[in-house]
Each structure stands twice: as C-alpha cells, then as structure tokens.
Design a protein around this ligand. Structure first.
Ligand code: PEP
Ligand code: MG
Length: 311
C-alpha cells in the first residue's frame, strides 16, 4: 500500500523546508518516456541520444532527429528536456564512426572526442536540436558528455552557439573536470555530474565489470569529494548518474549543493519522499558525515543518522 501511495505521489521535488530540487528522468529511448511520465518526472534530465544512432550504417538525418526531439518535448509540456549529444564509444560503440577498434575503449576516442574526426555528426545533431528548440521557450537544453577540460567545454559551447543553441551544458564525468569544474563552468550554462563514469575513472574500475562493484559504489567518500568540488561553481549542477536514484544519497547530494536530480524513472517516488522528509540542514549534516567516513558502508550509516525520515 505504501508502495502504491509512493507511485501516486506527484508534484515537484522539494525538501521539507521548501527548497526546490527538480526531479527529472533519465531517458534512453521511447519506452523510458512512458515510465518518466507515469512516475511523475518534472522533465528529462538526461536524454541519452544513442538510441537514435544504434544499429544503423549512417547517422539519422536532421529531419528524423528533429522529429524525435520534438516528440520528447511534447511529452513534458512546460518541463525541461536536457539532451546529451551523442556519447559514442566504450560501452556504447557505433558502427559508422571512426576509431571503432581501440585497445582501451573507455580511455580512447569516445564521447565528445569522436567529433574531432566526424564533426558533421555533431553539427547535424545540433542543427536538429536547434530546430526542435524553436518555440519551446528554452525548455530544450543541450550538454556534452566526457568533457575533460575547459578548452573542450569552450569548443562545444562554440559549436552550440554557431548552431543557434545558447546555454550549452557540460557533463562532469572525468575526475579532472570535477577538480577544475570552475574552468568548465566558465564555458557552460549548467553542469551535470555523471556519477557512473566519474566513479569508473576515479577508481580505475571498469563499470561493466561486476566484480568491481565495491569500488564503484556511489557512496565512496572520494566520489562524494569530487561531487562537492563540481557542485561549488555557482552554476546549476545536477547529478544524472545512478547515485541520484538512492533516496538517502539523493539527500546527501542536495547537502553537497546539487540543484537537480535525474534518475531512472521508477526511482523517482522514493527520492521525492526522502527529500520531502528532510530539511536542507539535515541534508548538509548527512553530506558532511558521509564525507568524513572512510568506506561506502560507513558513509551510508553515518549519513542515515541525520536522515531519520527514510523509509
Ligand atoms: C554517467 O556516466 O554517469 C552517465 C549518466 O552517463 P552514462 O551512464 O550514459 O554514461
Ligand atoms: Mg557517462
């Protein structure tokens, strides 16, 4: 019964003391869109656009992409939709892009790096996004995956601006970018932390290897340190990795200064309830306690002491 009530729970994400934290959905294709609406997402915080490019010999046309982006915008009247440009390579290989074979794909030409040799793929995608954005009052936002340096953020912002897309965002999923988030933020309207890749690169632990799950725990205090660093730039900064889907950790992230959370849709109700049960002050205390711990399980126990209203 409690589960049913949670699923029905709607409304914007908010702490007990009224601090708004937009709760958004990660969407990887049309099927996820249904779930995002069903679980009351306020919008899309991460649209993984790879689904448009998979299993084909050439990139989708500008028209085809524009139609797809418009459909997603249409599903969230009034809500924001944050589109990540194509994140090819490593765990997301694409047949038609160069550099398909590399000795260390996760450390190779992937994400934004792919476009240095295939700029037309990015230009087409940005053109389609700029067209879909027309008349939406800026609800569509664009961000790049795998930004490592301020120079890369500047390059991406320039490409976006040339296509008619202001306010380009940057994903923070490489430790260097988290450590020097201010340099990225100088060229980005907003930041979005991808904790899946950030943990992978921080611990040198392949995210696809189940045996390394302990190192990859989103409760690792070192990961929380990097999140805190990336959250300190003054720009809106969300988390769109799996960390956002854990209700207690969601409170910790808000305590670290995170301004929005995007997650797999079924996780939304429990996260919404956890935030509603705690004040920002409690979230900050939980965050400080978690960072002071030395292991993921200690961090979790320490944080929960400050979050009495968790289910
Ligand atoms: C991440 O890396 O945390 C992320 C959100 O992107 P993806 O899982 O698609 O790499
Ligand atoms: Mg990633």
């Amino acid at each position: 019964e409690r589960a049913a009530a949670l699923r029905r729970a709607r409304g914007p994400g908010m702490t007990k003391d009224g601090h708004k934290v937009p709760l958004l959905a990660n969407v990887g294709g049309p099927a996820d869109l249904q779930a995002a609406m069903a679980y009351g997402a306020e919008g899309v915080g991460l649209l993984r656009t790879e689904f448009l490019f998979l299993d084909r010999r050439s990139a989708p046309s500008v028209d085809e992409q524009e139609r797809a982006y418009r459909e997603i915008l249409g599903a969230f009247p009034g809500g924001q939709v944050v589109v990540r440009t194509l994140d090819a390579g490593a765990d997301k290989p694409l047949a038609f892009l160069p550099h398909a074979e590399q000795p260390n794909p996760a450390l190779g030409v992937r994400g934004l790096r792919v476009f240095h040799d295939a700029p037309e793929v990015l230009t087409d995608q940005l053109t389609a996004l700029a067209r879909a954005r027309q008349g939406t009052e800026g609800r569509l936002k664009v961000m790049a995956p795998m930004i490592a340096t301020g120079a890369e953020a500047a390059w991406f912002a320039g490409m976006c601006s040339a296509a008619g897309l202001p306010d380009a965002g940057a994903m923070i999923e490489i430790p260097a970018a988290a450590l020097r988030a201010r340099e990225i933020a100088a060229h980005a309207g907003f930041l979005s932390i991808g904790t899946n890749d950030l943990a992978q690169y921080l611990f040198a632990a392949d995210r696809q290897v189940g045996a390394l799950a302990g190192l990859l725990s989103p409760w690792q205090p070192a990961l929380l340190d990097l999140v805190a660093s990336a959250a300190g730039t003054g720009r809106p900064t969300g988390v769109c990795g799996e960390a956002a889907a854990d209700p207690a950790l969601a409170c910790v992230l808000v305590g670290l200064g995170i301004t929005s959370l995007s997650m797999t849709a079924p996780a939304l109700p429990a996260v919404r309830a956890a935030l509603a049960g705690h004040t920002v002050r409690q979230c900050r205390a939980a965050a400080a306690a978690a960072r002071a711990a030395t292991t993921p399980s200690e961090a979790q126990t320490a944080a929960r002491r400050h979050l009495p209203d968790l289910a």
